[in-house]
Design a protein around this ligand. Sequence first.
Ligand code: PEP
Ligand code: MG
Length: 584
Amino acid sequence: MPNPPEPLRGLGVSPGLAAGPVLPMGRPPELPPPPATTDPSHELATAVKALQAVRADLAERASNAPTKAARDVLEAQAAIATDPMLESDLAVRTERGEDAVHALHGTFDEYRRVLLDAGAHLAERATDLADIAQRAIAVALGEPMPGVPAPGHPFILIADDLAPADTATLDPGTVLALVTERGGPTSHTAILARSLGLPAVVGCAGLLNAAASANAASANAASANAASANAASANLAAATVDGTTGEVRIGVGEDEAAAFRRRGADMKARLANASRLPGSTADGHRVDLMVNIGSAADLAGVDLTGVAGVGLFRTEFLFLERRTEPAFDEQVSAYREVFDAVGDRTVTVRTLDAGADKPLPFLGLADEPNPALGVRGFRTARRRPEVLDTQLKAIAAAAASTSATVRVMAPMISTPTEAADFAERAARHGLADAGVMVEVPAAALRASALLQVAGFLSIGTNDLSQYTLAVDRQSGDLPDLLDPWQPALLDLIAMCTRAGRDAGKSVSVCGEAAADPLLAPVLVGLGVTRLSMSARSLPAVREALSTHDLAECEHLAERALAASDAAQARGPGGLVDVNSRRGG
Ligand code: PEP
Ligand code: MG
């Protein structure tokens, strides 16, 4: 009997249990040294054939894409691969003596540099070009194309990290779970997994090596066993993934995998059938559960029974990709659509949060060396106050004709003066309930002063982590520092809740931390009154709260605050342990 595999531990960022064969993302091809001599017409034909194969693959994947967003990404990539300039540039290079592989690499690299030099928005397209180049080079080398594999059976996708272009076409019907070696709680992988309802673990050190050895051992065993040689998945090691605790076991036996799958199915069924009562702890302490949205489309098909409303309406998503400011009437109808969808519930509209990770070209902001520390969020009103005023006017106009309770909040508030400025502007437009987001440590440190002028606080833990621990929220290299269990982050949250209690005003968390079913009871123990998250995360958080009474939540919060780092705050002796003692 072989020893059970040592578990790997990362950050559980999307709850759920999955078991199945592990498959890595196809790796980008390595560029071989250039050959001494070439036959230009043969090299050109090889390069062009590779491009055609990539085009055909993209077109086919576009026509089978699981979502419209996925189809749009693939069609945009196919259009790039069809540009006739590519073939003439390839001809010039092969004529100069480059082989197919280097001609493809050089041509795409030149285009990529032009886009990167063009700055923010076009620079994002550079990733698409790099992706197409790698695919074409792989074909020219006779290797499988990099990207999400399509083995013809369900599998757990593992990768160093995942970028939007990698995952746009990911089919949640075939991918059982996502596990990455890098990436943090606000990484693309985490957000994507939660939106698709897939279990996910990020920041899982040692993942790729462990999977490679386990897959090699499985392939050896399968080749020695004629009976399993026909099964497509027999060459792959099986793994279990717990998207809540972050535990990943690679190389488990079939019995263990089957038992894990049964537990996962039971958990899913329990959550699907869980009560739709308003959120509360086991002893009835009320916690408002709310949803985060980017537009009315995010509410389609969402059951709002027992949900207090929208805790974060990210309005900038309506305006991404826009070159001109959206007209007043257009804004009114977009807001009204959301207000009408929630009945008489509350909608918390966040005013434009432009800049840094959310560039909005129509604002015409100057490029900055450190955009995350620059003119972003509420600060953009220093340059373009009329944009904020138009938005507040449009929100007020839309609110006038609905039964929803509309409140507004400003992102990236740093001082009580900014908070007062925002509240005054909102009041001028008839919006009496104006709160502010706590996303920078300065705001948490002055929470009491903020609440003298603001109606409520909503803590954006994604940004608050980035600014407190001094780690770029988009970086995949320091996941432990971005972990929302960091005691320093919890300290700042506690400062806000103390201020909220003193002022008798609500303090919510609307960053990704609110969606962690292990952390949610800790946040409630710290005094958070509202939790807002993607709709898919609600059932697990609702259940987590209902299984802990308030005293237990407070005890867990004290423990977490006393820890030296995020790993210690999570357990042992914390909720992970409490839940496993309960068999959860
Ligand atoms: C946050 O920073 O936690 C937040 C909710 O805002 P966003 O993720 O949109 O920056
Ligand atoms: Mg933010």
